[in-house]
Design a binder for this molecule. Structure first.
Ligand code: HEM
Length: 526
């Protein structure tokens, strides 16, 4: 035994020497792990060869790119991670060049991401990867995306939004004088989750029949990062894994019972199921796959609603300005009038400050990292420079950097300015250019051929709920003080809109009926 201890102590003596030799070898022989053409974006070597950037991502997660950006300030640069190249692009003009390219694709990530997110077998995913027999025919993925576009626009979108908003309104209509909520975000989240899933799944909505599923969905959603690693999810993220399994099992029962065929189900739900069954998916597997539909429809709207609401109610002047323009949609009810309707198709034309505040909320809180794979060697350029992107490499476009850059948005880049997206009253050449530059840097829903097909799903529900809360209610802190906007952190991997955390997640609110609007029952119409 003492021999063993002696040996270990002797070895410990040699550790400094060993470290010194290793460092010399690394310094002398260290070559970048990737070869770079001079036309590619400049290499940003990590401090620790090969794995330094991987460690950076593990340690700081999505914030790592903002940390690097504060040190390099380049429009584009290359991160070597093991033997892979990642191009990080932060210049708005280069982003637009990427969005325009047909050779830079989101598709390889979409399928891989979906399978990991949903936790489904290769068998469930098989139709998504099947090549069409006719090379000119659209692939499965292209057909799904086309159906999302059709179902989430025009009349079908209005129908869904009306159903969601009237579901939410029924909860607000139930408030007699005042209601105190322990966690404002959680309250908005569960009310909206129920209203949205009612509109998607109709009267057999599993979340209405088993309300505990609402919490289980958000357990799943709040811990996506370890699930996306796809390694021992039941050990690394047991709560999220349990939530995911429960939702999938319930959705499978819904589709096995063919409740999607009933008349009060949304077009998107029906048409996707038709397509999935056409491709040979069993009813059970359709249920597992449609966790993706649920996730698309739910994950981002509650946080957008929360951030929009708190930013408005935190400012007396913004609250007054938006209330004033909302009065154009409806009028103060005369005594005895109980029902007030809001036309959801008029927000865009009648409520410019509210619409601008919505866009500003997305600017501040949608800090997703857009990704593309380079399918063939491609050149991208802005007015100053041109870069070569080599096939096989990946691109990352962090919205946190473009959305918050003071070069683009000025000294108030990190602050909420409800009027930032208002069209200037008189526009000369300079104002026009300024607006153009800003819009190039604004990409909460991505861009180009991969622009999010579901991007309209949050607009009317968020504006509608906020409109009713502004006109008919006061929203204050729990001690009747002005609401405070909690800190906004960086998104987690897999998120688009950031969720409140810590005190922000816990903050309560007092919701009271406004004088003159006490007896109103709210209704949304088109
Ligand atoms: C407010 C809610 C939403 C946000 C913030 C959001 C955000 C995004 C973003 C950032 C992208 C990447 C686009 C790119 O890289 O160019 C994207 C793509 C996509 N989104 Fe959404 N999304 C939302 C709602 C939805 C909904 C409801 C659905 C479907 C039910 C959906 C389905 C998709 C699909 C299929 C793509 C890939 C499109 C393609 O590759 O062509 N999204 N979304």
């Amino acid at each position: 035994m003492s021999f063993l201890v002696d040996s270990i102590l002797k070895l410990v003596d040699y550790v400094p020497l060993f470290l010194a030799i290793t460092s010399v070898i690394v310094l002398v022989f260290w070559r970048p792990s990737v070869h770079l053409d001079p036309a590619e974006p400049r290499l940003l070597r990590p401090k620790i060869p090969y794995i330094g950037h991987a460690i950076g991502f593990l340690r700081h997660q999505t914030k790592y790119l903002a940390i690097l950006n504060s040190q390099v300030s380049q429009p584009a640069y290359t991160l070597p991670v093991l033997n892979k190249k990642i191009y990080v692009v932060t210049s708005p003009s280069l982003l637009q060049s990427i969005f325009r390219s047909k050779e830079l694709s989101f598709e390889p990530f979409m399928l891989q991401f979906s399978q990991r997110l949903l936790g489904v077998s290769d068998k469930v995913m098989e139709p998504t990867r099947r090549e069409p027999e006719d090379a000119k025919a659209p692939s499965f993925v292209q057909q799904v995306i086309k159906e999302i576009y059709t179902s989430l626009s025009g009349e079908s979108l209005v129908d869904m939004n009306l159903s969601t908003l009237n579901g939410f309104a029924s909860v607000l209509n139930g408030i007699s004088d005042a209601c105190s909520v322990d966690g404002l975000y959680r309250w908005l989240r569960s009310t909206l989750t129920l209203a949205t899933t009612d509109s998607i799944f109709g009267s057999h909505n599993p979340m209405k029949l088993q309300p505990e599923l609402i919490g289980l969905y958000w357990d799943f959603e709040s811990n996506l990062t370890p699930l996306l690693l796809d390694f021992a999810p039941s050990l690394l993220a047991p709560t999220a894994h349990r939530g995911r399994q429960a939702i999938k099992a319930t959705l499978s029962k819904y589709y096995v019972a063919q409740h999607d065929l009933e008349p009060d189900v949304a077009r998107i739900t029906k048409q996707r199921a038709v397509l999935l069954r056409k491709y040979g998916m069993s009813d059970h597997d359709v249920g597992e796959f449609e966790l993706g539909l649920l996730h698309g429809a739910l994950a981002n709207t509650p946080p957008i609603l929360f951030w929009l609401l708190v930013h408005i109610f935190a400012s007396v002047s913004v609250t007054a300005a938006i209330r004033n323009e909302l009065l154009g949609l409806t009028s103060t009810p005369a005594d005895g009038k109980r029902e007030v309707s809001i036309k959801i198709t008029t927000f865009e034309s009648q409520c410019p400050i509210l619409v601008s505040a919505y866009r500003e909320t997305l600017r501040l809180t949608n800090s997703h990292i857009g990704v593309r794979r380079v399918m063939t060697d491609t050149w991208i350029s802005d007015s100053n420079s041109t870069y070569l992107l080599k096939a096989g490499a990946d691109i990352q476009m962090p919205a946190e950097i473009t959305h918050l850059s003071s070069n683009t948005w000025g000294p108030t880049a990190k602050e909420f300015d409800a009027g930032r997206f208002l069209k200037p009253k008189c526009r000369g050449a300079k104002e026009n250019q300024d607006l153009k530059d800003k819009m190039k840097a604004y990409h909460p829903f991505g861009g180009g051929k991969h622009l999010c097909p579901g991007r309209n799903i949050a607009f009317a529900p968020c504006l509608g709920v906020v409109a009713v809360l502004l006109l008919g209610f006061e929203v204050k802190g729990i001690n009747n003080e002005l609401v405070e906007v909690p800190d906004i952190r960086s998104v987690k991997f897999g998120e688009a809109v950031v969720k409140p955390f810590g005190e922000g997640l816990e903050m309560g609110a007092l919701i009271t009926r406004r004088k003159g609007w006490e007896k109103v029952m709210w209704k949304f119409v088109c």
